[in-house]
Design a protein around this ligand. Structure first.
Ligand code: TYM
Length: 352
């Protein structure tokens, strides 16, 4: 008998354009993993987007655009099942069932929740939505996304590590209380990264206005990169190592981000050449910014071209998403049914 194939699942909220944090934190792994022999499920998390978007047209448009961006980046619809979260409404039922074993205190300690809470307290209008049950329950819905397809692995950026841990905890609690029902995924890989924002902050993020986007045109790229704060003169790096993880934290935050991105996008010799200039304390920040902008544009150009392919009509995208949701539905219904049975609700009771 052939060994069962591993299942890989991940999702991205359709909240505007994808940025370099999304790409290097998540999509790059999605693309690599679809070349392996696992079943890959990548979805567009439109339920989750409701925690921040309130405009119905915006969310619909962003969902269709997200599919185009996924494909333009290299996700292959023939090798990955790409679907829309809300086309699998049984996820919401599983989330409800999982909520029964989830402690509120556990959710209140979530770092993303605490961060959103402090932003909302500072400016109640900041994200469009009030502090909602949906926001508090965000990790439970995310657990449902993961557990419903019986995922083994969840490729995400480092910022989502805690959410995946919560999903594992919730599944373990469920199994403990109702018997072995849910598959527990592996923890997020130690290699998961966190891409810094252009403002030098720890994380590039949609709500921080500090992103470099995959669909940014050359003018926008240059403007954003020129705007990175580099007024501080080079500091002593205090190490002979050239490794980014050793030197970047010792640079002023804005400069560190420029080098971080250069290291991701440019050949090693270009990164090392600019590191040499930094060590010699030459005047070069203007040149560094122009060079980086060129590499960003080279990276973005093919993505923008594929994204604008006129073959992608809204109707064809819509039909594609629905057909893919149908591929995921059998395994999803099977999981929900198993949970109903384990908990003793609905008609499952009479079947047991
Ligand atoms: P979202 O939309 O915030 O981000 C999508 C993916 O991009 C990664 N990411 C980053 N990685 C590194 N550095 C950054 N600066 C950065 N910014 C974003 C995120 O880690 C993520 O992998 N909750 C999820 C969506 C989701 C999900 C799921 C993911 C819903 N259900 C189930 C996996 C499994 C989110 O908010 O992603």
């Amino acid at each position: 008998m052939s060994a069962k194939r591993e299942v890989i699942l991940s999702g991205i909220r359709p909240t505007g354009r994808l940025h370099f944090g999304n790409y290097f934190g998540a999509i790059q792994s999605f693309i690599r993993l679809q070349d392996g022999d696992a079943d890959c499920y990548y979805f567009i998390a439109d339920y989750h987007a409701l925690t921040t978007i309130t405009e119905r047209r915006e969310i619909y448009r962003a969902t269709l655009d997200m599919l185009k961006t996924y494909v333009a980046c290299g996700l292959d619809p023939a090798r990955s099942v790409i679907y829309r979260q809300s086309d699998l409404p049984c996820t919401a039922e599983l989330s409800l069932l999982l909520g029964m074993v989830t402690n509120i205190g556990h959710l209140e300690r979530g770092t993303t929740y605490k961060d959103k809470l402090s932003r909302l307290e500072a400016d109640p209008k900041v994200e469009g939505n009030p502090l909602s049950f949906g926001l508090l329950g965000y990790p439970v819905l995310m657990a449902a996304d993961i557990l419903i397809v019986k995922a083994d692995m969840v490729p995400v950026g480092d910022d989502q590590r805690q959410h995946v841990e919560m999903a594992c905890d919730i599944a373990q609690k469920f199994n403990h209380r109702f018997g072995e029902t849910l598959k527990i995924p592996r923890p997020v890989s130690r290699e998961a990264v966190r891409i810094p924002g252009l403002d030098g902050s720890g994380k590039m993020g949609k709500s921080d206005n500090n992103t470099l986007d995959l669909l940014d045109d050359p003018k926008t790229v240059l403007k954003k990169i020129k705007g990175v704060e580099t007024s501080t003169d080079p500091l002593d790096l205090d190490t002979d190592s050239d490794a980014p993880e050793m030197v970047l934290p010792k640079m002023p935050p804005g400069v560190g981000v420029l080098y971080y991105l250069l290291n991701l996008l440019a050949p090693e010799e270009v990164y090392l050449d600019f590191l040499g200039k930094y060590r010699r304390k030459e005047k070069f920040y203007g040149m560094l910014k122009n060079t980086l902008a060129e590499y960003v544009n080279q990276f973005n150009a093919p993505i923008i071209e594929k994204y604008n392919d006129p073959a992608n009509s809204d109707e064809s995208i819509e039909a594609f998403l629905r057909a893919n949701a149908e591929k995921v539905t059998p395994v999803a219904l099977d999981t929900v049914e198993a949970c109903r049975m384990a908990m003793g609700i609905g008609h499952s009771l009479y079947r047991a």
